[in-house]
Each structure stands twice: as structure tokens, then as C-alpha cells.
Design a protein around this ligand. Structure first.
Ligand code: FAD
Ligand code: MG
Length: 358
């Protein structure tokens, strides 16, 4: 485990009475190598695009001969949202699952959804419920989706302790069963895959790119969850910046990566409201129903699997560094924790990838 002393980390912004929320991304693509490197024998620039999907920014830099490839990648992400993961669009499988909570005969799932839920359950069990997709109703009580549109939070009504207790009593990954792709979802329980959706999108995008003939390399960011793929024409590594949680326009350092990595960050600055000087962020501790309070401002996970990177970043944010580090070890992933004072702690394996700016 390696520790860095606090450096040029700005004072936090907790002092505000009631502030508008922030929406920043834990990791950002740096120096994509857009300087006209020779590509496939020519002088081709990468194809680049910036779009929105899943309520967030999708940024793409792709070294390819196909100019339309970014449209195909974006389509994969919007299909994933509309057909599988959205909890608000009635076109999605997740929406239909939630509508059928309480059905005694169970809900037959697509093979893809069954596989995703199984994998989420594995992380829930390993994290002793810190990561738990069954807290949908608790998340709805906090009304997290609406925070992105708020200018001011002065009128924001916090859920009461009694409301949280009531919804928590219906949640708990150990209370639902998945057998032979049939899900038994108890009455009152709702699933929320907001903590893994962006990571699953990275897996989908990688599969899509593998099916294309002529993508040499790419770096794709789905709301700050980043996939590196293949290589750059000049052979240099992809650089993924790690945002300073207390000065979100600056980076603490960067990861230097070859292709095929996924980087996901969970941070208390990505989505929050401040009410009467208290910050309420969007990562909920299922043990209490309140925003997690483990003393960390962000956790970044590095692994080759998108769903896992996203699930582990949420779990580790809640568990903190000690338990979080042993969790990531079980999954062969690496982690970088930033505490509220700006101290960095990382797993031994992360040290070879992370380059601090100090
Ligand atoms: P993460 O830590 O990865 O996840 C936090 C999110 O996971 C929370 O927002 C909550 O939904 C859930 N969660 C909280 N605590 C836990 C826990 N302990 N265990 C499991 N899950 C937990 N945002 C919009 O504003 N508008 C949209 O239309 C919109 N559509 C979306 C559609 C999809 C399919 C997805 C995946 C996301 C969408 N989002 C949208 C963004 C979403 O609401 C979250 O803000 C985002 O997924 C959080 O990602 P994160 O990396 O910041 O945090
Ligand atoms: Mg996550």
C-alpha cells in the first residue's frame, strides 16, 4: 500500500449553505494523441466525437478508417440504456422487471440480464452488501436523478429517517432469488443498476469494437468511466487523468495504460446536493440508507472488466480503504483512494500505472 502526503489540494467546499450540485467525472482522457500520427500507412487523424447518453457525456477517440464508427459505438450505448438498463424508460428490461416485483411465479430474464445480475450478486456478497442493486427505492427517495437539473438546492426536501427505514426494510440482495434465469423479486423491492451501467457500457463497446475489422486503437469515456482499447499509432500509452475531488478542474495525476483496461471512479463530488452546509452525495450506504461516510472523497478502480470496475468503485467508496483493498484483491483489480484531506492511498499493483502530479 503506498501513501502520498497531501499536496496542492484546495480547501473543500463544504462550507456553503446551499449550493447547486456538481457533475464532474472521476477520470478524464488526456493527450489522446490527436496530433496527426501516421495511421495504417496514411496520415489519418483519429475520429472523435462528444455525445450524451445515460444522462452523461460520451467522449470517443478512435483510430480507424471508418468515419462512422463513433455512431455505431454510441448506438450500442443508447441501445443498452433503452433496451436493458434504464429504470425510467418503459422500453427497458429493467423497467419491466421492476413493474413485476412481487409476482410469485417469478420473472423470466434474458440471458444477458441474468448474467449481469448474477455478477452484481457476486460483488454484493463479497462486499457484504456495500454494493447492492436492490436499493432502488432508497435511491428514488433521495431523488438523485433530479439533482442534475437543480440550480439551487434550498428547496430540496431530504427523506426522513422513517421513510429510509421503511424502504430499506424491502431492500437486501440476500432477499431475492435468481434461479435458471428466473428472478423472484419481492414486493416493494426495486432494482437500480446506476452503479454498474457505465461499466457495462464499456464492456459492450469493447465487444462492438472487437467485431469491427479496422479499429487500431480507441479511448472511450462514458461519464468518466474510461475504456482503453488497442494501441495508438505512435505506440505511446493512453493517459487517463484522475480528478482532484476538491478541485475538479484539476487532476491529481494520471494512469498510463496500454489497451483493454477499464477505469471507473466513484466520488462524492460527481453528484450531490448541499443543504444547510451538509453535502449529500449519491453513493448510499445500504446499512444506513444515508450517503456513505467512510472518510474518502473518491475511489478509482482499474481492471479489465467494465461491470466489475464500476461495481467495485461503488463498493470501495462505501467500505473505505482497508476493507476495499482486500475486496479488490479478491477480484484481481487495483484501487486508488483519495481521502477528504487529499491523501492518496493505493494498492501495490496500482503504483506502476499511476503518476502523481507532484
Ligand atoms: P457510482 O458509484 O458508479 O453509482 C452511484 C449510483 O448507483 C447512484 O446514483 C445510485 O443510482 C446507485 N447506488 C448508490 N449507492 C449504491 C450502492 N450502495 N449499491 C449499488 N448502487 C448504488 N442521470 C441523469 O441525470 N439522467 C438520466 O437520464 C440518466 N440515465 C441513466 C441511465 C442509465 C442506464 C444509467 C446507468 C445511468 C443514468 N444516469 C442518468 C446516471 C445515474 O443516475 C448515476 O448518476 C450514475 O450512474 C452514477 O454513476 P457514478 O459513476 O457517478 O457513481
Ligand atoms: Mg460504480
Amino acid at each position: 500500500m503506498k501513501r502520498f502526503l497531501p499536496g496542492n489540494v484546495s480547501r473543500n467546499r463544504y462550507g456553503k449553505k446551499a449550493a447547486a450540485l456538481g457533475s464532474f467525472f472521476g477520470a478524464a482522457i488526456l493527450c489522446c494523441g490527436c496530433g496527426g500520427y501516421p495511421y495504417a500507412g496514411g496520415q489519418k487523424e483519429p475520429v472523435q466525437s462528444m455525445d450524451t447518453a445515460m444522462g452523461t457525456m460520451i467522449s470517443q477517440t478512435v483510430y480507424t478508417e471508418q468515419d462512422a464508427v463513433t455512431d455505431g459505438i454510441l448506438q450500442e450505448i443508447t441501445d443498452l440504456e433503452e433496451q436493458l438498463l434504464s429504470w425510467r424508460m418503459d422500453t427497458s428490461e429493467l423497467y419491466r422487471i421492476n413493474e413485476r416485483a412481487g409476482e410469485e411465479s417469478g420473472i423470466p430474464l434474458s440471458a444477458e440480464m441474468a448474467d449481469m445480475i448474477e455478477r452484481c450478486l457476486t460483488v454484493s456478497a463479497a462486499s457484504e452488501g456495500a454494493f447492492d442493486i436492490t436499493i432502488g427505492e432508497v435511491v428514488r427517495l433521495w431523488d438523485i436523478d433530479s439533482w442534475a437539473g437543480l440550480e439551487e438546492t434550498s428547496g430540496f426536501g431530504l427523506p426522513t429517517a422513517a421513510e429510509l427505514r421503511e424502504e430499506l426494510s424491502h431492500a437486501g440482495y440476500e432477499k431475492f432469488r435468481l434461479k435458471d434465469s428466473v428472478l423472484f423479486l419481492p414486493e416493494g423491492m426495486q432494482l437500480d443498476m446506476g452503479a454498474v451501467g457505465k461499466g457495462i457500457a464499456l464492456d459492450k463497446v469493447r465487444e462492438y469494437m472487437e467485431q469491427q475489422d479496422d479499429i487500431a486503437g480507441a479511448v472511450i469515456s462514458v461519464g468518466g468511466s474510461v475504456l482503453t482499447y488497442g494501441s495508438k499509432p505512435d505506440g505511446s500509452e493512453w493517459k487517463v487523468g484522475i480528478v482532484n475531488p476538491r478541485e475538479t478542474s484539476a487532476n491529481l495525476g494520471y494512469l498510463s495504460l496500454s489497451g483493454q483496461w477499464c477505469v471507473s471512479t466513484s466520488g462524492d463530488y460527481e453528484r450531490y446536493v448541499e443543504v444547510d452546509g451538509v453535502r449529500y452525495h449519491h453513493i448510499i450506504d445500504p446499512a444506513t440508507g444515508y450517503p456513505a461516510d467512510s472518510g474518502f472523497s473518491s475511489v478509482t478502480i482499474l481492471t479489465k472488466d467494465g461491470l466489475l470496475s464500476d461495481a467495485l468503485s461503488t463498493a470501495c467508496f462505501i467500505l473505505g480503504q482497508e476493507k476495499g483493498s482486500s475486496l479488490v484483491e479478491q477480484f484481481g483489480a487495483e484501487a486508488l483512494f483519495v481521502d477528504r484531506e487529499g491523501n492518496l492511498v493505493m494498492t501495490d499493483g496500482m503504483q506502476q500505472y499511476f503518476h502523481p502530479y507532484r
